[in-house]
Design a protein around this ligand. Structure first.
Ligand code: C5P
Ligand code: ZN
Length: 487
């Protein structure tokens, strides 16, 4: 059994969780509303369906006592929590003890101090939940265990992929990429084993390619203009500059007057553009390390049509965020489950709206600027930015003009009349120096009567309105202490 498990460290726990699910009369899949949570739910739903286990699904922004009461009221005797649950283990354990339901958890967030019998989390076995395995990856491990010990499928028509669940690795990669677990060199740790299974199953293509976001669907000038990852003077953030650069190449980069996308170019054409970009970067004095970062590992979903957002793991995750962060998780889930009709159309409409909001939010941060403290920089957008996307915008703002790349960033937005949503983002470089934003968010928020948590590089909290200054002072001190004490 262990030999075929994608993450051997988790094999025993996965088998126990799978056995419990198989014994259930009915399961409620409760999942987090973001790209990782949606892909987790889709992996769980597919695996349960393939085992003939009856289930329903529900999504939630945050698990608190009230949410758990609602879940308990659904009368499913087993609840499978995916991409959250570990952080709320204490609350979940209380509900379980009261006989509300049996919890099974597949998560990668920092576990709260409590125990439960069916708990799958990379952090419990010494793996890094921020970078090595996502919620979707953890749920994939569970899906593989469900297939491994299950009875042979009753319907052979389901095909061989359906029996081992390896085809679900594609969604696990989307979840990991959506949770920002991939660096320029791609995914690492346990995630790499999932990638390998996806490649073997013919659903994932791992390739070395231009490391910019939007290779499948962004017209070339936009691809370069918005390339916050690379920042080449005169091209990044410069619509005219990007167009002039492309027009100056000896290539025909338009079709019927429309700019082509990176994915439509031949490899020779791609090579020509890339070489010219590198030459321009060198000439503009971009440091060698940053030039190297122009090329990296990217993941394509082999079964999706080329030139569509779903083909690229990163663009796919944006499509999902565009649904889940706007109360349309149902649309994202349907897309993950294969709906390429109505749900995909709805997702594209939501995506256009999401892009407008991201661009307006980013513009707001650039115009208003951030306030720099000793160890962090922050902005409070009030009602100017939707609280469900303030974290994405905070992350995108880092490195743009007026926003420092060497400090963590904290973005705030109104969650309700009485609450502020806080999102914190940092670089892996800072976490290597000892920064852990999950601890900062939990402790600083609790000190003002709120709550929070998350991962070392990306974390969030909810705090009472009016406590922002006190919260920031504590967060600034905690970050200073972590960086001073870190190795
Ligand atoms: O909401 P945001 O995108 O900033 O969340 C970043 C990370 O922090 C996510 O993984 C989220 O689950 C976690 N988080 C948390 N508790 C909160 C808010 C966010 O654990 N109150
Ligand atoms: Zn996650």
């Amino acid at each position: 059994m262990a030999s075929t498990a994608p993450v051997p460290e988790l094999a025993d726990r996965a088998a126990a969780c799978a056995d419990r699910l198989r014994a259930a009369d009915s399961v409620l899949v409760a999942s987090h509303i973001d790209a990782d949570g949606l892909t987790s739910a889709a992996i769980a739903a597919t695996a349960l369906e393939r085992c003939d286990i009856a289930f329903d699904s529900v999504f939630s922004k945050q698990l608190d006592s009230a949410e758990l009461d609602t879940i308990a009221d659904t009368d499913h005797e087993t609840v499978l929590f995916t991409d959250f649950g570990s952080g709320q283990l204490d609350l979940i354990a209380e509900h379980a003890a009261a006989g509300a339901f049996t919890p099974v958890i597949a998560d990668h967030h920092q576990p709260a101090d409590a125990e439960t019998a069916f708990h799958l989390n990379p952090l419990l076995v010494g793996l890094d939940g921020s970078s090595e395995l996502s919620g979707a990856g953890t749920t994939y491990v569970l899906a593989r265990a469900l297939a491994a010990r299950g009875d042979p499928p009753s319907s052979p028509a389901a095909g061989s992929q359906a029996t081992d669940n390896r085809d679900l690795a594609a969604l696990a990669v989307v979840g990991a990429v959506g949770d920002r677990q991939a660096g320029v060199d791609g995914l690492s740790g346990a995630n790499e084993r999932i990638v390998a299974e996806g490649v073997a199953a013919g659903v994932v293509d791992e390739r070395t390619d231009l490391a910019l976001y939007g290779k499948q669907t962004r017209p070339l000038p936009k691809l370069l203009e918005y390339a916050s990852e690379a920042r080449i003077p005169g091209i990044s953030n410069n619509a005219n500059g990007a167009r002039e650069f492309l027009s100056g190449l000896d290539l025909d980069l338009t079709t019927d007057g429309e700019w082509r996308c990176w994915a439509d170019l031949t490899s020779d054409e791609q090579q020509t553009v890339l070489s010219a970009l590198v030459r321009r970067a060198v000439a503009s004095g971009v440091p060698a390390g940053r030039i190297d970062d122009l090329v990296g590992t990217s993941y394509e979903l082999s079964r999706e049509s080329p030139g569509t957002a779903l083909r690229d793991a990163s663009e796919f995750s944006t499509v999902l965020n565009a649904t889940a962060r706007y109360e349309r998780a149902d649309v994202g889930l349907a897309v993950c489950l294969g709906d390429r009709g109505e749900a995909l159309d709805a997702a594209h409409t939501l995506l256009r709206n999401h892009r407008r909001n991201l661009s307006a939010g980013l513009q707001w941060v650039r115009t208003e600027g951030v306030t720099v403290e000793d160890n962090l920089q922050w902005f409070d957008a009030g009602s100017e930015i939707r609280e469900t996307i303030v974290g994405i915008i905070a992350g995108m703002a880092v490195g743009s003009s007026g926003v420092r790349g060497d400090l963590p960033i904290i973005g705030m937005a109104e969650q309700s009349d009485t609450e502020r949503k806080v999102s914190a983002r940092a670089t892996h470089g800072l976490t290597r120096r000892g920064l852990d934003l999950s601890v900062v968010m939990r402790e600083a928020s609790r000190s003002v009567g709120g709550d929070g948590g998350g991962h070392t590089v990306a974390a969030g909290a909810t705090i009472p309105a009016g406590t922002q200054t006190e919260f920031l002072t504590t967060a600034d001190r905690l970050i200073g202490e972590q960086l001073a004490g870190g190795g």
